[in-house]
Ligand binder design. Structure first.
Ligand SMILES: Nc1ncnc2c1ncn2[C@@H]1O[C@H](COP(=O)(O)OP(=O)(O)OP(=O)(O)O)[C@@H](O)[C@H]1O
Length: 231
């Protein structure tokens, strides 16, 4: 469970008023809204990372968190195996190379374990970053626009991989993509200067098919809600 209550304040100005976000355990919740409104900031607060803003309120998170961002933040001088196991090595623990290899293979990167990030495509780097997120095996995961830089086909493939590997985790997905939210999430919130508003999503199991009529209808409804003139 993740619960965020209060006002998000930056430089004395309220960015997000009256936050009332409940993200149920084992479910995926999308955070959507205009650029600069504070979505990534909230994600970082949930992950316990430093932010420029201040939350005048409370954040409750049940369990350790890992965050995957838009930039892959891979170490350029380290190979795939070393990048995936960086968390353990930073904590002074022995890296689980077998699990790392298995994850890389499951994400379609078998044979590329000794490649450095510059020797991989954008989609392969994001899969490497996903493997680094998954090996942490945390019950709570923040995905901050993790697939937004990818082409449409690779993005859909990454969505399926993430959904399969993170099924049953408590996930916050920060996204600008209505189709992504409609495919992957159980609940969605629109965050803007007026506050927090729930957005409708299908009640069917996830990940939902790209051509599922309910997904396409939800995509359109979400898109309309995100338009600046939406009521
Ligand atoms: N390190 C920082 N120092 C000062 N202000 C910052 C810093 N990082 C972000 N901000 C400001 O905080 C506000 C919220 O930023 P945040 O990245 O959370 O927005 P966002 O909703 O995720 O935007 P986007 O959808 O464009 O990624 C913005 O006004 C941004 O300019």
């Amino acid at each position: 469970m993740i619960r965020i209550m209060g006002d998000l304040i930056l430089d004395g100005r309220v960015l997000l008023p009256h936050l009332a976000l409940d993200c149920p355990p084992g479910r995926w919740t999308a955070l959507m809204g205009p650029s600069g409104v504070g979505k990534s900031t909230l994600g970082r607060i949930v992950a316990g990372l430093p932010v420029a803003a201040r939350l005048a309120g409370t954040v409750d998170v049940a369990g350790p968190v890992t965050l995957m961002g838009q930039q892959d933040q891979l170490l350029p001088w380290a190979d795939a195996l070393a990048n995936v196991t960086i968390g353990a090595r930073l904590r002074g623990q022995a890296p689980d190379r077998a699990r790392s290899r298995a994850l890389l293979a499951d994400l379609g990167l078998a044979g590329l374990e000794t490649r450095r990030p510059a020797q991989l495509s954008g989609g392969q780097r994001q899969r490497m970053a996903l493997a680094r997120t998954l090996i942490e095996d945390r019950p709570v995961v923040v995905l901050d626009e993790p697939f937004s830089a990818l082409d449409a086909a690779t993005r859909a493939q990454m969505q399926d991989l993430a959904a399969r590997h993170l099924a049953g985790r408590t996930v916050i997905l920060i996204t600008h993509d209505p189709l992504e939210a409609a495919r992957l999430c159980h609940a969605a919130f629109l965050l803007d200067a007026r506050g927090t508003r729930p957005l409708p999503l299908p009640a069917t199991p996830t990940p939902r098919a790209l051509d599922d009529p309910q997904v396409l209808a939800a995509q359109t409804a979400l898109f309309r809600s995100l338009m600046p003139c939406a009521a």
